[in-house]
Ligand binder design. Structure first.
Ligand code: E4P
Length: 226
């Protein structure tokens, strides 16, 4: 499973990239607003993320009609070769995904909450599909079970005739809120987990690692004094 960072924060991206595990970034309008982003700066901001990351960078269209989404998608794709256009799962989004995929522009279909949505996204030519986990948990439903169903259903079929360059559709476990979500996503075979920075940091931590390291350091002090 690959790790994407779910953020628009350049410092977080730079730090995570330095760890050697970062394969991509996903942004959304909320994440851009959270860092105080302004509309006029958006293309340059995405460009800077693309310079920091050696991998796909999702930038979202907020348009509501297929023509506007396609126009946004073409503009976003001009920013850098690693831009992926993020489009919500809806009728207009499917139609725009079809057009963009036929033009060779990769799409990440987002806000996916069901197997039929995921299958339709794949058929329309999405390169990535983002089932959301945490938002199901927020409404007391089992987000991981929903993700598992999407991974299994999409894996049952070959969608390569619909995707850009005949590439395999990849499932991005999104709305990830914990290391447990990451572990379960990997066990069920999700291709990617897009993870907030704080959660990514927790993924590398374990209390037994800390305890073991502490003991090693103390024992090494004894060795130095012996
Ligand atoms: C996916 O690409 C979204 O940006 C993200 O994972 C949403 O997560 P949230 O539900 O924590 O806002």
């Amino acid at each position: 499973m690959k790790f994407f960072l779910d953020t628009a924060d350049l410092a977080e991206i730079e730090e995570a990239a330095s760890w050697g595990v970062l394969a991509g970034v996903t942004t959304n309008p909320t994440l851009y607003a959270r860092i105080g982003g302004k509309l006029a700066d958006f293309p340059r901001h995405i460009e800077r993320i693309c310079e920091l990351v050696d991998g796909p960078v999702s930038a979202e269209s907020v348009a509501m009609t297929r023509d506007e989404i396609v126009r946004d998608g073409r503009e976003l794709a001009q920013i850098a070769p690693n831009v992926v256009v993020k489009i919500p799962t809806m009728v207009e989004g499917l139609a725009a995904t079809r057009t963009l995929a036929q033009e060779g522009i990769p799409v990440n279909m987002t806000l996916c909450f069901s197997v039929p949505q995921a299958i339709m996204a794949a058929r329309a030519g999405a390169r990535y599909i983002s089932p959301f986990v945490g938002r199901f948990d927020d409404i007391s439903e089992d987000g991981l079970a929903q993700l598992e169903q999407v991974v299994q259903a999409v894996g049952n079929y070959d969608f390569s005739e619909n995707t850009v360059g005949g590439q395999r559709v990849e499932i991005i476990a999104a709305s990830v809120r914990s290391a447990h979500h990451v572990a379960q996503a990997a066990l069920m075979g999700a291709d990617i987990a897009t993870v907030p920075f704080a959660t990514l940091k927790k993924c590398v931590q374990h209390p037994l690692t800390d305890r073991g390291l502490d003991a090693f350091l103390k024992d090494w002090e004894k060795v130095q004094k012996a």
